[in-house]
Ligand binder design. Structure first.
Ligand code: ADP
Ligand code: MG
Length: 240
């Protein structure tokens, strides 16, 4: 579904991604792990072109999205994104957060968008919150709305950038549970996370980034029990 070839990204003289190549298959759940500053967010943001790569190629289903001629807005409709700090529309109700893009971008009717929105709120356990404004929600609830909002565009893949890092510990579980059910439903997911238990249990693969390089690309069982590189070993010793 996604093929990344020799991806480079620099900010001025700072080379953040130093040539990353990998592939993501349909239905795969890929955890992206690594120290702070290793380039995880930049990597994710390149995949939906929130950042423009300075070298290499990214194909999304046979379309080179780094090609100038590609309509990136069209590609982005199929790539959902969930951020650490939610970014809900504060002046819209929960349901309006879910209906806005489908109506605006996909020209869905209000009725259809609301029906879908309500179904998605049920799915993330927030069926009773449709009329509420985001500032009345807990962090965990906000993040579940953000996930439902991403799903409202019916994406083929969802990118998560530390979706639970801004949450109080007691709210982490409810968000991970929603993500696990999404994974079980066959959604293709790339997840930057520090939740090692979740990565080990739910991910099909672990990418370990360090210093802008993809140091390991392995199955979770292998990565967590016998990391190949010294850098991954040291990282795991610190976080586990
Ligand atoms: P991670 O998500 O792994 O913590 P990032 O991808 O956010 O790492 O950042 C990697 C490096 O790139 C860091 O040194 C960071 O300061 C730098 N960086 C990220 N975004 C920008 C930017 N917009 N301009 C300049 N430097 C940036
Ligand atoms: Mg980051």
């Amino acid at each position: 579904m996604i093929k990344i070839e020799d991806l480079h990204k620099s900010y001025g003289k700072l080379e953040v991604l130093k040539g990353i190549s990998t592939e993501v298959k349909q239905g795969e759940v890929v955890a992206i792990i690594g120290p702070s500053g290793s380039g995880k967010s930049t990597f994710l943001r390149c995949i939906n072109m929130l950042e423009k790569p300075t070298g290499g190629h990214i194909w999304f289903k046979d379309q080179d999205i780094t090609d100038k001629k590609t309509n990136i807005m069209k590609v982005r409709e199929n790539v959902g994104m969930v951020f650490q700090h939610f970014y809900l529309f504060p002046h819209k109700t929960v349901l309006q957060n879910l209906t806005y893009a489908p109506m605006k971008v996909k020209k869905m009717s209000k009725e259809a968008a609301e029906k879908q929105g309500r179904e998605l709120l049920q799915k993330v356990g927030l069926g009773d919150k449709e009329a509420v404004y985001p500032n009345r929600l807990s962090g965990g609830q906000k993040q579940r709305v953000a996930i439902a909002r991403a799903l409202a565009m019916n994406p083929e893949v969802i990118l998560f950038d530390e979706p639970t890092s801004a949450l109080d510990p007691e709210m982490v579980k409810e968000v991970l549970a929603v993500m696990k059910s999404l994974a079980d439903s066959g959604m293709t997911m790339l997840i930057v996370t520090h939740e090692m238990g979740f990565a080990r249990e739910v991910a099909d693969r672990v990418l370990f980034l360090d210093g802008g390089l993809l140091v390991e690309d392995s199955a979770p069982a292998e990565f967590f029990s016998q990391p190949k590189s010294k850098r991954a070993q040291e990282f795991l010793e610190k976080v586990l």
